[in-house]
Design a binder for this molecule. Structure first.
Ligand SMILES: Cc1cc2nc3c(=O)[nH]c(=O)nc-3n(C[C@H](O)[C@H](O)[C@H](O)COP(=O)(O)OP(=O)(O)OC[C@H]3O[C@@H](n4cnc5c(N)ncnc54)[C@H](O)[C@@H]3O)c2cc1C
Length: 375
């Protein structure tokens, strides 16, 4: 690849000289952070470097659920993490979606306020009586919205599923088009004169008194401030509590007269599916083998994909002929805590990583909060 010291004066001057801020990673968080900084400081020179020719973590590979909490996931979280962390994360997701829709026009990203169903499998334990009332009460305190959750015993029959005893409907969740979301953020960034270079990886950096020096795969550059938004890859650059978590996804070919319309989760959020037009997108199963899926390699895990195919044919489309169009993997960033890390790392460096499985919901708000770390 052409190195910076082989470039013309014009190229170096336009992209690499006098940068105020360099951001690593062109996912939802990197792009949103850049946009919010450009709003606060229109004259700052901002460069985003992205290792892939497209974003290569999670932001173009996710399921496009605009969601903030399903009952079985929240019930499980309340057993494993503190109540305050559970509700702070809930609030971050709810407020995050509002921030996203303030930044991006909903219609431009095919937002569909279809609601979501948390499906309870026949052999899953009973959600305790009173838990849905408690959820509605807590959710109303945070959102001001009454009765967000309700039981829907008919989902299994109405959608033609197999093996779900009942379900809990969340009337405020929805879906969006993941590809269009990142494309809209990119267009916003370009309008604000933010430069984005794809295929450029940051291998290391050194903070100096007057600048940060970055070793890129194309040579050395300097910046006044560095912001790390590399999520599941963050450990390669900083020693923080964030590790890669791979997620497997598949999508069917078009299915004539598909009855399934909406977004659905089950098994504490470990499985999720939705319609994309007349197709079904299904993902999850990381809990089958957490160790294998602690990886930042964008590879298919055939044993998990095979479980997804069985779930599709036995539980989601038991009576409907279907074929798989394609499968893929994406990389999230997770850690001990479900909360994202948004902080000033040192004098000239800030970081915004560990978005877990909720970066669509929280990414724009994380970008806003991270931009406020910059002076
Ligand atoms: C399969 C799957 C399904 C999901 N479904 C949903 C969902 O339905 N709803 C939801 O809210 N969330 C979902 N998520 C989570 C969501 O997609 C992520 O939380 C979000 O995209 C994270 O955004 P980000 O910008 O922090 O990270 P990323 O999108 O991963 O962006 C980080 C970028 O940094 C780049 N990078 C890394 N290291 C370097 C380096 N050294 N130099 C240059 N570039 C570098 C990477 O290539 C990457 O593009 C899902 C995730 C996956 C994987």
């Amino acid at each position: 690849m052409l190195q910076i010291d082989q470039l013309s004066y014009w190229e170096r001057d336009t992209y690499f000289t006098g940068n105020d801020i360099v951001i690593i990673g062109a996912g939802i968080v990197g792009l949103s952070t850049a946009i919010f900084i450009a709003e606060r400081f229109p004259n700052r020179r901002i460069l985003i470097v992205e290792q892939g020719y497209l974003p290569s973590g999670a932001s173009t590979k996710n399921a496009g659920f605009a969601c903030f909490g399903s009952p079985s996931e929240l019930e499980d979280d309340l057993k494993t993490i503190s109540e305050s962390e559970v509700w702070e994360t809930f609030q971050l997701r709810y407020e995050g979606l509002k921030a996203l829709f303030k930044l991006i026009d909903r219609t431009a990203i095919d937002y569909n306020p279809c609601g979501s169903w948390d499906l309870i499998q026949n052999d899953a334990h009973e959600i305790e009586s009173g838990f849905i009332d408690y959820l509605n009460h807590k959710a109303q305190e945070i959102t001001g919205e009454e009765l967000i959750y309700s039981e829907d015993k008919q989902a299994n029959n109405n959608f033609g599923f197999n093996g779900f005893r009942t379900s809990y409907y969340n009337r405020l969740e929805g879906s969006l088009n993941t590809g269009k979301l990142i494309d809209e953020l990119y267009k916003h960034a370009i309008k604000k004169n933010i430069k984005v270079l794809y295929g450029v990886k940051c291998d290391s950096f050194v903070e100096q008194n007057d600048a940060v020096e970055l070793q890129l795969n194309i040579g050395l550059i300097k910046t006044e401030q560095l912001i790390i938004c590399s999520n599941g890859f963050a450990k390669e650059l900083v020693n923080e509590d964030v590790i890669p978590a791979r997620g497997q996804v598949l999508i069917t070919k078009e299915i004539p007269n598909l009855k399934v319309k909406g977004t659905f989760h089950f098994d504490k959020g470990y499985y999720y599916f939705r319609n994309v037009g007349n197709r079904i997108l299904l993902g999850g199963g990381r809990n089958i083998n957490f160790t294998q899926e602690t990886s930042n390699k964008l590879e298919i895990n055939e044993s998990i994909q095979s479980v997804l195919r069985s779930i599709l044919s036995e539980q989601i489309l038991p009576d409907t002929p279907h074929e798989i169009e394609m499968s893929w993997a994406g990389i999230m960033g997770v850690g001990q805590s479900k909360e994202p890390i948004i902080k000033r790392y040192s004098n000239r460096i800030a970081i915004g990583v560990r978005m877990g499985g909720m970066g669509v919901a929280i990414g724009a708000l994380v970008g806003k909060k991270l931009s406020e770390q910059i002076d």
